[in-house]
Design a protein around this ligand. Structure first.
Ligand code: AN7
Length: 360
């Protein structure tokens, strides 16, 4: 790259310090998150338009396997500056995994409230492995967040959900990275929407770079909710949200208003995709692109397919789709939606027969 010169990535706070509210260097809690790859796909680009370019911002390659680490490093570092000893969050899984890891790193206690039976196995194992106090709540994410808000007000525990503004500050660094790599923002940005913190953060990041004069344009922000959990699209909170993409099984997003602002200011859309459309995109990414993301992440690509089918034209445009979490988070869905494996006796003839390979 630069003549063998060492390039040491030091995490999003140190890399984007002038844009972030962390003052004390010795309070930075980092697992060197960020600097995730922007992976091109010519194959998908050819399906979407003429001279279209498509890139996946693969956030599954963060330390705990999702984009949440970008916001968590800032929220936990800030909590450390303020002398906190415990943090709390409600989560559909990824926030709890990230909070647990960064709290462990900081020597803090983490308390996580998750909807019982509705989080992917990998995420549950992470929160447990990092030593968080895991509460499986008999309720959904929205109910868990309400309880967390009340506890944070009355007790000595820092909330690290995205209602904590430092989470949004950290997450906006994904936009910076995209602009730094592409030179300019893309024309279109696609991402899944759950609690709506990420679309808020991306838009903030794009606008800040623009205001600083680092970029000259702004992308259209296109967010996608799951059909059974689509309060912003429908215009009212969903009491019993459902979707197999449990990460975005959220009926009353905390950043509802700012997501609408991102949509309107950027002249983008917030729409919904069905579970079938999500699964189709999830499998497409695994089989045709070589990226294993979790189902919720595939909502971004499902949304792109949907817009294309409805007649949108993307010829000559640059498109970025954020893939928010790694596929290994949710092994149950991966296995459920794949071809069954072959089971064979350990006999060469049987294996040869079953595989039907061509002779050399
Ligand atoms: C993989 O972990 O809300 O719209 O509690 O895990 O910013 O909420 C996760 C959300 C998309 C939606 N993709 O982002 C949580 C949680 C993945 C996610 C979203 C989530 P937001």
């Amino acid at each position: 790259m630069d003549g063998g010169k060492k390039f040491l990535w030091q995490g999003v706070i140190r890399h984007y310090r002038e844009y972030l509210p962390i003052k004390k260097d010795d309070c930075i809690v980092t697992l060197l998150e960020g600097n995730t790859p922007l992976i091109p796909s010519r194959r998908l680009a050819a399906e979407i338009g003429k001279n279209t370019e498509i890139f996946f911002k693969f956030e599954g390659l963060n330390p705990t396997g999702s984009f949440k680490d970008r916001g968590m490093t800032v929220a936990i570092s800030r909590a450390k500056e303020e002398g906190a000893s415990a943090v709390i969050c409600a989560s559909t899984g990824n926030t709890s995994a990230s909070a647990a890891a960064y709290a462990a790193r900081a020597g803090m206690k983490a308390i996580v409230l998750i909807p019982e039976g509705k989080i992917a196995l990998g995420k549950l194992s992470q929160a447990m492995m990092h030593g968080a106090l895991v509460v499986q709540l008999e309720g959904n994410f929205d109910e868990a967040l309400e309880i967390v808000r009340a506890l944070g007000e009355k007790y000595k525990v820092e909330i690290v959900n995205s209602i904590n503004p430092y989470r949004i500050e950290g997450q906006k660094t994904a936009s910076f990275e995209i602009c730094d790599v592409l030179g300019q923002p893309p024309d279109q940005h696609f991402l899944p929407v759950g609690n709506a913190g990420n679309i808020t953060a991306y838009w903030k990041g794009y606008k800040e770079y623009n205001a600083k004069g680092k970029t000259k344009s702004l992308p259209h922000m296109n967010g996608f909710q799951a059909e059974g959990s689509a309060p912003i699209v429908r215009g009212y909170p969903i009491k019993n949200p459902e979707t197999l993409a449990t990460a975005i099984r959220i009926g009353n997003p905390a950043s509802w208003k700012s997501a609408e602002a991102a949509r309107d200011e950027s002249e983008g859309v917030i729409d919904m995709v069905s579970d079938d459309e999500i699964v189709k995109a999830y499998k497409y990414l695994g089989r045709n692109v070589g990226i294993f993301c979790e189902p919720a992440s595939a909502a971004s690509v499902a949304g792109l397919f949907k817009m294309k089918e409805k007649g949108a034209r993307f010829d000559g445009q640059k498109i970025v789709c954020t893939l928010t979490g790694h596929g290994l988070k949710d092994p149950d869905n991966a296995i459920k939606f794949s071809e069954p494996t072959l089971k064979l006796p350990a006999k060469i003839d049987t294996v040869v027969n079953a595989l039907q390979l061509e002779k050399r």
